[in-house]
Design a protein around this ligand. Structure first.
Ligand SMILES: Cc1cc2nc3c(=O)[nH]c(=O)nc-3n(C[C@H](O)[C@H](O)[C@H](O)COP(=O)(O)OP(=O)(O)OC[C@H]3O[C@@H](n4cnc5c(N)ncnc54)[C@H](O)[C@@H]3O)c2cc1C
Length: 462
């Protein structure tokens, strides 16, 4: 119990199954979190993530205090703050969970090099993902581009090691320096309803996992596509901030042994796949992976974008999704695909604009999953949805929200409509719908225009 160590938390805000923490659990430690907006640049935490982070750090701080150490909070350039803190407490090694955002990788490299020159070490641990994104390769030695063989390779690699319990007691450094207070909450309280839906932090993650449980897992195969019911786990923000490890989720699903667990684990692996893509194609959040899409004839239109953001497109399932996002910081996966398709295909708005809005408003905003998913919907990503797949919002609504339960929960203007008209309110007799806009674009026109634009850049005639 001699040499002190620095434990730098980033996207691993938990005590259980945390390899970086376990590596130093029997030594005096200074646990640290640094808010470094400048290093992250355009990818600094979005508004909803900041709300989450505020509460997640409070929860982590309380969990650490109960075990005998205080979380040190700092704001500014981590490349300056971390070496300075290490020097102040006499720590020779700084332990972190690996991160894979391109800016984070660059910063870690720079910090590791700077520390080395002063005889210190940045020790990077696994724990963020199930598999190292740099280690997995196809038979030809290349990174995977297609999800199915990627997931097959992971399943074939066998079960991940069992998760580790949180240490019961931790040891503080002799003279911990005073930390800062982080200013993370929104000034205008647009997130006021978030606490009805979420409990950020490790305890909240454990509760969410337990609530999902065996019954939901058994029904997951069918229920995961129905936005009106809690058919999915809701674990995404907890995984995003590392309040639960993917290994914990994996083993909990295996232990539940339910029939839906394979489908569920395949979804969890989409997260690993997104990081695999981001690691190997770090330009993914900015540029289309399929290069010919650089010439795509987007037609940026602030009015279209604003109507979409506000949930006023006149397509009920789309508007319900966008309003769920605003009110709760989360949107059901099926509906994410539908709203994204309308924006990039019917409305020809650049996928980056949708990605940015999601980044700012999602509590689970995740650089890899967000950019991979937007590129997938836009048809320009690896293993993307074929460009001719233009979701029909009426058919999607009728199939996945046949009673209109989801739509009327978020778009109460449509509550008086008979069920058969919920997804096409423009066909309702006058007087039944008030204060709801007509469709922002005609579906058939938008679809044909999107197909023509896509065919043109694919070198085909429309
Ligand atoms: C346009 C678009 C943008 C998205 N942006 C994000 C994002 O910023 N952050 C994010 O975590 N997910 C994103 N997703 C993926 C997916 O919608 C969410 O992970 C899912 O809705 C989270 O709900 P859940 O936890 O109940 O999922 P569950 O169905 O319970 O799945 C369990 C876990 O698997 C992972 N997962 C499931 N589906 C996917 C997927 N398609 N891609 C990556 N991981 C997945 C998530 O970590 C999720 O928590 C996006 C999808 C689309 C179509």
């Amino acid at each position: 119990m001699t040499r002190p160590a620095l434990l730098w938390f980033r996207n691993d805000l938990r005590l259980a199954d945390n390899p970086a923490l376990m590596a130093v659990a029997d030594r005096p430690i200074l646990p640290v979190f640094v808010l470094d907006d400048d290093a992250a640049g355009a990818w600094k935490h979005g508004g909803a993530q900041r709300w989450w982070l505020h509460h997640a750090l409070a929860s982590l701080g309380a969990d650490l205090s109960r075990r005998g150490v205080d979380l040190h909070l700092a704001q500014g350039d981590a490349a300056i703050i971390i070496p300075a803190l290490a020097a102040a407490v006499g720590a020779e090694d700084i332990h972190v969970a690996q991160r894979f955002e391109p800016w984070g990788r660059r910063q870690d490299e720079a910090i590791a090099t700077a520390l080395k020159s002063t005889g210190r070490r940045l020790v990077r641990h696994r724990g963020t993902l199930l598999h190292d994104p740099h280690a997995l390769r196809t038979g030809q030695g290349k990174p995977y581009q297609v999800y199915t063989p990627f997931s097959r390779a992971i399943f074939a690699a066998g079960e991940p090691a069992p998760p580790m319990d949180a240490p019961a007691r931790l040891h503080p450094v002799a003279n911990p320096p005073a930390g800062a207070t982080l200013d993370l909450l929104p000034k205008r309280d647009w997130a006021k309803d978030f606490p009805k839906h979420w409990q950020p932090g490790e305890a909240g993650a454990a509760k969410r996992l337990a609530a999902f449980g065996t019954r939901a897992l058994a029904a997951y195969d069918g229920a995961r596509n129905i936005p009106a019911i809690p058919g999915t786990s809701g674990l995404s923000p907890h995984l995003r901030f590392g309040e639960i490890s993917p290994r914990q989720v994996w083993h909990a699903a295996r232990e539940a042994g339910a029939t839906g667990s394979h489908t569920f684990l395949k979804e969890v692996l989409w997260r690993d796949f997104a990081y695999h893509l981001l690691f190997n194609r770090p330009e993914m959040p900015e540029a289309p992976l399929a290069e010919k899409f650089a010439a795509f004839p987007w037609q940026p239109n602030p009015k279209y974008l604003a109507a979409w953001q506000r949930g006023m497109t006149g397509y009920p399932i789309v508007d319900a999704g966008m309003r769920q996002l605003w009110a709760t910081g989360w949107m059901h996966n099926r509906v994410r695909m539908i709203v994204a398709s309308l924006l990039v295909k019917h409305l020809l708005q650049p996928w980056q604009d949708g990605q940015d809005w999601f980044w700012d408003t999602l509590v689970d905003g995740d650089l890899a999953s967000n950019s991979a998913s937007w590129q997938w919907v836009a048809g320009c990503g690896a293993d993307a949805a074929p460009y001719f797949r233009v979701f029909n919002p009426m058919l999607q609504g009728a199939k996945f929200d046949p009673e209109g339960t989801y739509v009327t929960r978020w778009v109460p203007e449509l509550a008086r409509l008979p069920k058969n008209l919920i997804h096409q309110p423009w066909e309702a007799p006058p007087g039944l719908v008030r204060d709801y806009p007509p469709p922002i674009i005609d579906h058939a026109f938008g679809r044909a225009r999107a197909l023509a634009a896509y065919a043109a850049i694919k070198g085909e005639t429309a």
